[in-house]
Design a protein around this ligand. Structure first.
Ligand code: NAI
Ligand code: MN
Ligand code: ZN
Length: 336
């Protein structure tokens, strides 16, 4: 079979590998589609601290069941998506339903070989059957929407909120759709530095957009006469946390999604004085069923995020567009 492998940092290539045999508890998938994520790019460049090489990347995976290992009962040919989070099942976070921060966390496509491959073996318990009404190109977006679902489950959201989202990339836009189309937030403001991405945010449900390369956010909020009650940072520059804390309404909530190792400057008085709640969110804690239900109900519009499609052999062009053309590009899908 052919697999897309990061042999070592900055060397992404197609390799011929033996067809993997599913071990006990595992299922082998014939991969159909997979989405490219920022973390795939980081692993390919050696800038993800968790990755080991060589590594088959890809964690946004749709496939069909091809073979099953011992102890697995799964319908053959079932169309499935893969939750990439593999927890140990018995540490403290796993015991409280948060395997996404397992003390021994393994993520498919990061710590373990992933789905940019004609076939891959994954734990059967990480599979979710895709209902017939959800097309392939929607289903492959379940993982990024699960990331947004996890963040918004942490903060809560509702019609009483004036929400502000920093960043209109793939993650920001999934957050925008979950906030507006699922939770019906009252007002949704989105900032970015790229006009085309802000236009995409409007398509996904933003009420107000602001290009902060041209206009300061504080001025715009003052002009609107609002203070955000819910702020999600999906741009993840370390300076944003401090700004969000300063701009938030008293009793507001802030959700952080970034992985920067740089310190942020934050002011206790602004946090305690307004009794702010600050949450973080990593990957997802069993949010696939929830997202599948939302998709079945037609609440999400994943097609608005998919801008490019390539066959596996065109991976170099796919990665180039994803990395270098942020004005035209949001989600890039590969087929296998
Ligand atoms: P992206 O790079 O495509 O999007 C980020 C967007 O933020 C860009 O459009 C950029 O123009 C904009 N931006 C940059 N600085 C800004 C600022 N100061 N104000 C407003 N907008 C600004 O990245 P993507 O894939 O959407 O991911 C966003 C972030 O989320 C990344 O930092 C990534 O590491 C993180 N992430 C977190 C996950 C989690 O589970 N916590 C999962 C996946 C991604
Ligand atoms: Mn992803
Ligand atoms: Zn665990």
């Amino acid at each position: 079979m052919k697999s897309l492998v990061v042999e070592r940092p900055n060397q992404l290539e197609i390799q011929e590998r033996p067809l993997p045999v599913p071990g006990p508890g595992q299922v082998r998938l014939r991969v159909r589609r997979a989405g490219i994520c920022g973390s795939d790019v980081h692993i390919s460049h050696g800038s993800n601290p968790f990755a080991r090489y060589p590594r088959v990347i890809g964690h946004e995976i749709l496939g069909t069941v091809d073979a099953i290992g011992d102890g697995v009962d799964f319908p053959p040919e079932a169309r499935v998506v893969v939750d990439p989070v593999v927890g140990c099942g018995h540490c403290y976070p796993c015991s409280v339903g948060r395997p996404n921060v397992c003390t021994n966390l393994q993520v498919i496509g990061v710590h373990l070989d992933g789905g940019f491959s004609e076939y891959c073996c994954v734990p059967a318990e990480n599979l979710h059957v895709v209902p017939e009404g959800i097309p392939d190109e929607h289903a492959v977006m379940i993982e990024p929407f699960a990331v947004a679902a996890n963040m918004i489950d942490r903060t809560g959201a509702g019609p009483e909120d004036i929400a502000l989202v920093y960043g209109a990339g793939p993650i920001g836009l999934t957050v925008v759709q979950v906030l507006k189309r699922v939770h019906r937030v009252g007002t949704l403001i989105v900032t970015d530095r790229i006009d085309e991405r802000l236009a995409a945010a409007c398509e996904s449900g933003a009420d107000v957009t602001l290009n902060t390369a041209r206009e300061p956010l504080a001025d715009k909020l003052a002009e609107m006469g609002v203070r955000p009650t819910l702020i999600i940072d999906a741009a993840c520059h370390p300076a944003i946390a401090g700004e969000a804390i300063a701009l938030a309404s008293p009793a507001g909530r802030i959700g952080l999604m970034g992985f920067s190792a740089e310190p942020s400057l934050i002011v206790q008085q602004q946090i305690t004085g307004k009794e702010l709640s600050i949450f973080s969110s990593r990957l997802n804690a069993r949010k696939f069923p929830k997202v599948i239900t939302w998709m079945s109900q037609g609440l999400l519009a994943p097609e608005k995020l998919v801008t490019h499609r390539f066959g596996m052999r065109d991976f170099a062009r796919a990665f180039d567009v994803f990395e270098h053309d942020q004005t035209a590009c949001c989600k890039v899908l590969l087929s296998f």
